[in-house]
Write a protein that binds this ligand. Sequence first.
Ligand SMILES: C[S@@+](CC[C@H](N)C(=O)[O-])C[C@H]1O[C@@H](n2cnc3c(N)ncnc32)[C@H](O)[C@@H]1O
Length: 344
Amino acid sequence: MTLEETNLSAEEILDEIRIDKISENSLFIAKKYGYAPYMIERYISMLGYEEALKLVESFEKFKKRPTILCNYLKYDCDKLIKNLENLGFSVKNLEWCDYCFYIDSAPESPSIGSTHEYLKGYYYVYRDPASLIPPLMLNPEKGSTVLDMCAAPGGKAIHILLLMEDEGLLIANDISRRRSISMLSHFVRMGFKSYVIINEDGFELPRKIGLEKFDYILLDAPCSAEGGIMFDPSRKTKTSQQVLAQLVKREIELLYAATKLVKRGGRIVYTTCSIAPEENEYVITKVLQFNSEIDVEVPRFNIWSNGITRFSDLIFDDRVARCVRIWPHRHGMEGYFICSLVKK
Ligand SMILES: C[S@@+](CC[C@H](N)C(=O)[O-])C[C@H]1O[C@@H](n2cnc3c(N)ncnc32)[C@H](O)[C@@H]1O
């Protein structure tokens, strides 16, 4: 498989997505909050001026909510919460996930990543609840064959193994061997056994593994991480439009490869921790054009926002409205995009 099949270069992508005209309003906000002006131009284009300002301000005064996934295959979640409360943590349940909790306040010590319960593998820690949503949307059945295409350091892979009740097979792939070592240590700590870790370029997997092998695929794509500006303010300027086009090209390639790897009737969840439409609705629209066997599913649940169907001069496939957007200022979580796809 080559990208000739998809017929797109980073230069062509840049021609389509480039934002040249920047309004006075965008320049004003960009200067005040230290952003690349094109980013603010697109926030205003998606949300309007007032709401774009709310988004930018929410990145400044975001209330961080470290979140834990209880390993209910190993330990009782009620007991875990009691133990953590005895250590001085205030723990709150997430209303959309029974075994998921956020840390409302923490003692000086121990940290949530260094308790005995953590070391015994009773839970995993995320920086934000949004990371829990993509595996919930994937919803893999016990005993199924699953691919996590870009899996390291393993946060979502652990959630997938839990949902599979550690039965079946998870292939946890990541191009980075170094990041995979930390994934392996989490899998071992938490006591999972139904996985194999491999280190391949995800785009090469159809050639190396063969076509239509997986019931479920998660693609947590390497992205600009623009939804996580509250955790890394350097993201306000880090991604030029040229770099963005290269990221988009890789995202299209990886998602296209996933469409080849999934079985008929199987599900792909494409996700990024980015709020950029170029990395999200644009990618989905391109892949729907390149592979007509793929459709967008109505997600299992969406208590958040929908995908946007137009942006600047771009009109996306109508079906992207079924995708899910998490906006920091609306939902109090890291910015995320999650889209559930099915192969007919
Ligand atoms: C967003 S992170 C994944 C986070 C992970 N899913 C989790 O929940 O912990 C993206 C990952 O993609 C990997 N990656 C980048 N390019 C890749 C490629 N071409 N094929 C496979 N993995 C790739 C990176 O090494 C990185 O670990």
